[in-house]
Design a protein around this ligand. Structure first.
Ligand code: PFF
Length: 453
């Protein structure tokens, strides 16, 4: 089977950016920052970025590009006994996909509700009771919620369509179209946010450091978890995307561009989001802390309140915000599906269409779980386990495999330097062998110690 290829170098960079920039940047980051020391969180965030995020990003690029395959194929090339790690990471991505699509479905509904702010004054009860159908007395699985099922089904249909078209005509095409529009919308939202009354109050909440947070292991785990999630590393996504690159491709340069643009996007978008939170707090005469909510509450309860209070053109602001979520999330959803699709194609010799149908069909069925009234209950549990155990442990295993079991880091470094103009130095194998596994392991042990001793 001839391997698919991206159309252009920029096509790959845009697809990788599309994967990295997602709900993690717009929705997860602001609430994680606020709950983990605000301004002080930038310290563990940067530590995590340089000791693990960027080094593992390069590792994934070099693995996919050198061995030209999806996760299971690449890992069994490193060591016969490790194919399962590729399957495990692709399965984690597949599970995330099932609820990621549901959240995108909510964003689609909320794009529609933005016209005339149809959620009314009590946005919390609108979201939970009217929209999700979680009313008292409804059991865990209280029947299908059509208002959620329909937008989710529409998005699944679109995802099938894009993935059937393949890497170049589907994934690359969608990213080329969505990412520039997304960036433009976020710039507008941020500028408008900064000019709102009370914006400064929000920025203070974003940047004022709570240094005491740094002595808590969970703050560090959250920083590593956020960095992995936002860069899309540890799920075989970047392995798979890099495997579609032509033989001569500047891996090092692309890696720096993707990491830098993703993290600066996250950082700047949060300026807009916190400004808007400062505005809401000022309108309500409360502290910013009282309007900050968890990841989902922030988008679907707090943002609608901001839109209600917005001075002029509020429907437009609402539509821009929710369409940003949709565009950011859609290109990431595509990349959550691709590692599994490529893996089953390679293993079972399936056509792209068949592999897409199997993988997305199963994931779509799984997403029905969260469409039932009360399905939110499962979403929280799955998200908790994936983020607290799935990602960090899988990252430790990857670097141990590359650095110690197969001892391939040096040859991977040579591979990157052979094909790239920008060279990566001797620091990289050292980080992969020692710094990444030791820092991740120390953090996990510290957390276990604090929790259980
Ligand atoms: N990076 C995406 C985000 O920030 O929302 C999420 C993601 C996409 C994680 C693809 C993992 C992945 F393989």
């Amino acid at each position: 089977m001839k391997r698919e290829q991206w159309g252009t170098k920029y096509g790959f960079i845009l697809a990788a950016m599309g994967s990295a920039i997602g709900l993690g940047n717009l929705v997860r980051y602001p609430s994680v920052v606020y709950e983990n020391g605000a301004g002080a969180f930038l310290i563990p965030y940067f530590v995590a970025l340089f000791t693990a995020g960027i080094p593992i990003l390069f590792l994934e690029y070099s693995l996919g590009h050198k061995y030209r395959g999806a996760g299971p194929w690449v890992y069994q090339k490193l060591s016969k006994k490790w194919e399962w790690l590729g399957w495990w990471q692709s399965i984690v991505a597949f599970v995330i996909l099932s609820y990621y699509m549901v959240i995108l479905g909510w964003a689609l509904s909320y794009t529609y509700y933005s016209f005339g702010a149809q959620w009314g004054e009590d946005t919390e009860s609108f979201f939970f009771n009217d929209y999700l159908g979680v009313t008292e007395g409804v059991g865990v699985l209280g029947g299908i919620q059509w208002k959620v099922l329909i937008p989710v089904a529409i998005l699944w249909a679109l995802l099938f369509w894009v993935l059937h078209r393949g890497a170049k005509r589907g994934i690359e095409w969608a990213s080329k179209f969505m990412i520039p529009i997304l960036v433009a919308m976020i710039v507008l939202i941020t500028i408008r946010g900064l000019t709102l009354e009370g914006a400064v109050k929000g920025l203070e909440a974003y940047f004022t450091p709570d240094f005491a947070a740094l002595s808590k292991p969970e703050v560090w785990i959250n920083a590593y978890g956020q960095v992995f999630f936002t860069l899309s590393v540890g799920f075989c996504t970047m392995i798979t995307y890099a495997s579609y690159l032509p033989k001569r491709s500047d891996l090092a340069n692309s890696g720096f561009i993707v990491a830098l643009s993703n993290c600066s996007f996250e950082f700047f978008a949060a300026i807009g989001i916190f400004s808007a939170l400062g505005f809401l707090a000022t309108q309500q005469g409360v502290e910013v802390g009282e309007v900050v909510a968890g990841t989902l509450g922030m988008s679907f309860v707090v943002f609608p309140q901001i839109i209600n209070q917005f001075p002029g053109l509020n429907s437009l602001f609402g539509v821009m915000f929710f369409v940003s979520l949709l565009f950011a999330g859609f290109t990431s959803a595509v990349s959550l599906a691709e590692p599994g699709i490529a893996a089953i194609r390679e293993k079972f010799g399936l056509s792209r269409k068949a592999a897409v149908n199997w993988l997305c069909g199963a994931s779509a069925l799984l997403s029905l779980l969260y469409v039932f009234k009360g399905g939110l209950y499962f979403l929280d549990i799955v998200d908790y386990f994936i983020n607290n155990y799935g990602i960090v442990v899988s990252a430790i295993l990857m670097v141990v495999l590359a650095g110690w079991v197969s001892k391939q880091v040096d040859s991977l470094q040579n591979h990157i330097n052979d094909v790239s103009i920008v060279r990566i130095g001797a620091w990289w194998p050292i980080v992969i062998r020692f710094i990444t596994p030791l820092s991740l392991a120390a953090m996990v042990l510290w957390n276990i110690y604090k929790e259980w001793m």
